[in-house]
Write a protein that binds this ligand. Structure first.
Ligand code: PLP
Length: 384
């Protein structure tokens, strides 16, 4: 029975996300799942106890719309310590139910009919549908395989009077590359004297390797004044299922962001905000995250060194790209499906992150896994 047989979709080209598809396939075939980006180990027991504590104490009703003040104050201090940037917790920091919500809200708050939004491909899959649902036009800039660097001279050609927003993401999912200070300075220069808003997806800010420093837009005052920064507690505290994040932006941008946030979610989980406000004092948890994941990256790379895959450079995030040209010329979606079914190892084909499904024979593997899982996965990978 159908209510409207010709129901018009607002996202006609959007299917089920590749993450859901590959995870379902992995479950169906009992494969080791390095597809979806989530840790398979536990978060801090102290954090769980804190959430428990605040729930039992009765902090179970709506939090203030912009978020718990004590948490926002601590984020302000942390941001100043890390990026030498001052933000007012009252008017410039908002707690959100996750990074994805924050991205959607930011795009909804600013993108109007026919506005152009530049996105760098490959990209995280929530940006484009959010732009389209708001009537905007995604303008794609391709990061070229294999180094995925931005050619800023080429990039500049996409900017015109219709450009409302540029979305950047560093450290970058899925490529594992990062934007350096030179990149940020070039971007800063390019947008000066324009009205362009930068939406900076920095959910992997603490997962950056080899002594590199994360170049937050917050470090660059002329960029920061036009930027909305998105962070995710899920990535930082191994709690992706809690869907908690925050947004930092100058007062005028935050005011517009909150106008939309209050009607999409109103506020974020109360007891978890209290718990995060306590745990954030333990600086080691986020300052050590880069070492924690660098060890995992190095271990995973060592385990698969003898395989027929080519290991690509991984500067940040918890994703490792592997090129399989030496094994087969199959399409990446087909190869990823076959590996899941036959070899019992699930990954994500990179073509899924491009609107034109560009295929460079590359798969993405998530190494946010216990050493035991990585060993099992590596054994399977080495047999391919
Ligand atoms: C680049 C990027 N941005 C945003 C998010 C979403 O963060 P959250 O889980 O807090 O919604 C993810 C999650 O995978 C991501 O990879």
């Amino acid at each position: 029975m159908e209510f409207q047989s010709n129901l018009k979709s607002k996202l006609p080209k959007t299917g089920t996300s590749i993450f859901a598809v590959m995870t379902a396939l992995a479950n169906e075939h009992g494969a080791v799942n390095l597809a979806q980006g989530f840790p398979d180990f536990s978060c801090s027991t102290k954090l769980i106890e804190l959430v428990n504590h605040y729930m039992k104490k009765g902090f179970n009703q709506y939090a203030p719309m912009p978020g718990l003040m004590s948490l926002r104050e601590k984020i302000a201090i942390k941001t100043e310590e890390m990026y030498s940037a001052k933000y007012n917790p009252e008017t410039e920091i908002t707690i959100t139910p996750g990074g994805t919500h924050a991205l959607f809200t930011a795009i909804s708050a600013f993108v109007e009919e026919n506005d152009e939004v530049i996105v760098l491909e490959p990209n995280y899959d929530s940006y484009v549908p959010a732009i389209q649902l708001n009537g905007g036009r995604p303008i794609f800039f391709e990061l070229k395989y294999p180094d995925f660097k931005v050619d800023w001279n080429e990039f500049k050609k996409l900017i015109n009077h219709k450009t409302k927003m540029i979305i950047i993401n560093s450290p970058h999912n899925p490529s594992g590359t990062t934007l350096n200070a030179q990149d940020m300075l070039k971007l800063q220069k390019m947008v000066q004297n324009t009205e362009i808003i930068i939406l900076s997806d920095e959910v992997y800010e603490h997962i950056i390797f080899d002594q590199m420093e994360h170049q937050s837009v917050a470090r660059f005052p002329k960029l920061a004044e036009r930027s909305i920064i998105v962070s995710s507690f899920g990535k930082t505290y191994h709690t992706t299922g809690w869907k908690m994040g925050y947004v930092i932006a100058p007062t005028n941008l935050t005011a517009e962001f909150r106008k939309v946030h209050q009607f999409i979610a109103f506020s974020a989980n109360t007891p978890i905000q209290y718990a995060l406000s306590d745990i954030i004092d333990d600086k080691e948890l986020y300052l050590n995250l880069n070492n924690f994941y660098q060890e995992k990256r190095d271990y995973f790379q060592k385990l698969i060194k003898g395989s027929r895959f080519k290991i690509l450079d991984c500067q940040g995030t918890y994703f490792q790209l592997l090129n399989y040209s030496k094994i087969t010329q199959e399409k990446d979606v087909d190869f990823a499906a076959r590996l899941t079914k036959e070899n019992k190892i699930a990954s994500i084909p990179i073509s899924a992150f491009y609107h034109k499904q560009i295929d460079n024979n590359v798969l993405r593997f998530c190494f946010a896994k216990s050493n035991e899982t990585l060993e099992k996965a590596a054994e399977l990978i080495c047999k391919i």
